[in-house]
Design a protein around this ligand. Sequence first.
Ligand code: AMP
Ligand code: MG
Length: 343
Amino acid sequence: MKTHVITADPERYEESCLSGAADLLKAGELVAFPTETVYGLGADGTNDSAVKKIFEAKGRPQNNPLILHFSNVSECSEFAECDDRFYALADAFMPGPLTVVLPSKGICAPSVTAGLDSVAVRVPVHPVARSLIKACGKPIAAPSANLSGRPSPTTADHVIKDLDGKVGIIVDGGACTVGLESTIVKLDKDKATLLRPGGITLEMLKAVLGEVAVAPEVLSPPEPGAVPLSPGMLLKHYSPKAPLYLVRSEKHEKRAEFFRKSALCGENAVICFEGDAPASKNVFYLGTREDEAEHARRLFDLLRLADEGGAKRIYAPMPSGDGIGLALQNRMLRAAAFRIKDI
Ligand code: AMP
Ligand code: MG
């Protein structure tokens, strides 16, 4: 299949430039498109054979459900049982980087929910994503537009590297502004559970819902032999090819010294904060130490760049765990298959 790339600058695109992509979706084919979190690999969420192509293109296990993307909150209730807690979350955070898992009305394509009786719904805030969903006229089922297990794509270039020839159109809408996948919260009758941390933080969810449980898998590896609920709960996910080690230390200066020394060996790639180690072709900066939102935007790109430089091993700092740091920690622990280096 020949892959076409079309450009839709979020600041100044014409909606008509998306009509070819919308037609392709309506015809049951795949389109990769930008969202504020990461690029998505989309298919018409009501067409089961179209949705199956997503699993095939990514090499994604069939038993892992997908998120349904809508252009408006009001459309979610056609597919999911939306209660007051959902609407309270929607008022606060939608459109935006939040996915809510609700009881399914069984209307979407069965492969979307992988046979579960719940469905995950999200309304992205990215204008190009919303225009595309609106033009398609159906909710779009979409996971991240990468090969399963690889770092998620935050630019169209990442999508091309993973999926060239496997997708009809890639819509290039620039770099993603959040850079990590959406927050996922599951609403059961009597409780709310954070399944995946993201740009909408645990603290923000608690401000609306009160109590929010955190799924144990968020920061722990799965029990040996356990069947994970989703790929993001596996021991290893979002991974570069070279082994990643998360460097943890009480003292920032000690960690910076470790990065500086490690960067002297050309076989290492070092992902660190500005000022930690001098610029070099194997040193990649997350941004200033305090700016975790910037670390989130850059993380997946840096993991790919470190690989492309041919690194034998990659070192990166263990994130804080507060605010968006919880999402960073969740992704980086998996990317590192829980390898932590205490110094
Ligand atoms: P992504 O990997 O970004 O495509 O996000 C899809 C993730 O959403 C899955 O891996 C699950 O963690 C979550 N998800 C989607 N649908 C459901 C569902 N019905 N129940 C629980 N989690 C879901
Ligand atoms: Mg993914």
